[in-house]
Design a protein around this ligand. Structure first.
Ligand code: PMP
Length: 419
């Protein structure tokens, strides 16, 4: 049995049995191999991050070239490096709003913390420090740092820590009206920002009602509340556009990125800010920056991100996601008729889940783990998320045939779990 230096403790995400991790040593495209040489289809793209697929030597080569030139001299403050500058420019050009700027971080949880600090400092700088409350949603996941944990809508992730971030509140995940009412009852002069995942990820791939995001954007605009889209999962093509903001036609104030920015080849993140939120971290009186990380704008991470963006563009992977979305919906929707399945959630790119039925989950709360284990026996790796959903979010390079094979493996695994 393998041992791990990592504590497998994410109750909502844990998938298989507790007898040790599956040790994976290499991958290519949608496939990964364990240390015994067994091959699996990676149906989860790592943790929704390996968008361009495994084994991309061109990313490795770009990183190696960069590491050979310069250790990451931190970009904290008034320093930078060519890959970080180029990445910031490319991100600004891709951002779903004009005049964007990029604040580079070292991951998604950093991006969330950065945003919470940024929105509060923004209002303080405008002489409205009482405009502090950050509203998030039930079922939301915003990372594991104190900021994201404090905002979490997945209750077990937040439980037991006390109040990590004061002045936060949560609203139902699917009701713009509830957001409007909450802002009204708090008083808009007390609300700094609303943060949401355009499609909820770890909470179970929850796709909002059709006009939800447009309505939320309107409410935020009318009340002055800053709209923060956590696109750590949805960004960089996963929903068939560069950002979910493009797909849903909304213009947020901030966009949070990580994961797909490098396709997971190195840790990296970014906060994209529109015109309205500018430079609250710069302390002009002493000429110092008051926020940043040692690895912000990491030179090799930025090189990995640039090589990754090149692949997405060169191989036209975003249009491919739109086509794959249709094939995936056709292949997986019939599973909704299976006695263990409540719903198949498709229609937002390669961000999909098979939701087990309420009855089946009531009979056997361990069913999601059993389905995931049965899938592993079929040579498919994925994880249970949310309230009994199983994730289907492969790399963008998956072929139509591989999608159909994946659906067949799901059908077999569900039958196994039924018996
Ligand atoms: N926000 C969302 C929506 C996420 O899904 C995640 C990671 N699953 C994070 C933030 C945190 O990212 P990281 O794990 O890179 O810190």
């Amino acid at each position: 049995m393998a041992t791990s230096s990592f504590w497998h403790s994410f109750a909502d995400m844990q998938a298989i049995t507790r007898d040790g991790p599956l040790v994976l040593e290499r991958g290519e495209g949608v496939h990964v191999w364990d240390t015994t040489g067994r091959r699996y289809v990676d149906a989860a793209a790592g943790l929704w991050n390996c968008n361009v697929g495994h084994g991309r030597t061109e990313i490795g080569e770009a990183v190696a070239r960069q590491v050979g030139r310069l250790a990451s001299f931190s970009t904290f403050g008034d320093y930078s490096n060519p890959p970080a500058e180029e990445l910031a420019e490319r991100l600004a050009a891709l951002a779903p709003f004009p005049a964007a700027r990029a604040f580079l971080t070292s991951g998604g949880s950093d991006s969330v913390d950065t945003a919470v600090k940024l929105v509060r400092r923004y209002w303080s700088a405008l002489g409205q420090p009482e405009r502090r409350t950050v509203v998030s949603r039930e079922s939301a996941y915003h990372g594991m740092h104190l900021g994201g944990t404090g905002l979490a809508g997945i209750e077990p992730n937040r439980a037991g820590y006390g109040e990590l971030v004061p002045d936060t509140t949560r609203v139902p995940w699917d009701s713009a009206e509830a957001l409007a009412k909450t802002i009204e009852s708090l008083g808009e002069q007390h609300v700094a920002a609303f943060i949401c995942e355009p499609v909820i990820g770890a909470g179970g791939i929850l796709i909002p009602p059709p006009d939800y995001l447009a309505e939320v954007a309107r409410i935020c605009r009318e009340t002055g509340v800053l709209l923060v889209l956590d696109e750590v999962i949805t960004g960089f093509g996963r929903v068939g556009e560069w950002f979910a903001a493009h797909r849903f036609g909304v213009e947020p104030d901030l966009v949070l990125c990580a994961k797909g920015i490098t396709s997971g080849y190195l840790p990296m993140g970014a906060v994209l800010a529109g015109e309205r939120v500018s430079e609250p971290f710069y302390d002009g009186t002493v000429g110092l920056w008051r926020h940043g990380y040692t690895s912000s704008g990491h030179v090799a991470g930025s090189a990995a991100a640039l090589a990754n963006l090149d692949i997405i563009e060169r191989e036209r992977l975003i249009p491919r996601v739109r086509d794959a979305e249709v094939v995936l919906a056709e292949a997986f929707t019939p599973l909704a008729a299976h006695p263990l399945v409540g719903e198949v959630r498709t229609g937002t790119g390669l961000l999909t889940a098979v939701q087990l039925s309420t009855d089946a989950l009531a009979r056997d709360p361990a069913l999601p783990a059993a389905v995931v284990a049965a899938l592993r026996a079929e040579g498919v790796l994925t994880r249970a998320i949310g309230q009994g959903a199983v994730q289907v979010s492969p790399a963008f390079v998956i072929t139509d045939e591989q999608i159909r094979d994946l659906a067949a493996a799901f059908a077999t695994a569900l039958d196994t779990a039924l018996t």
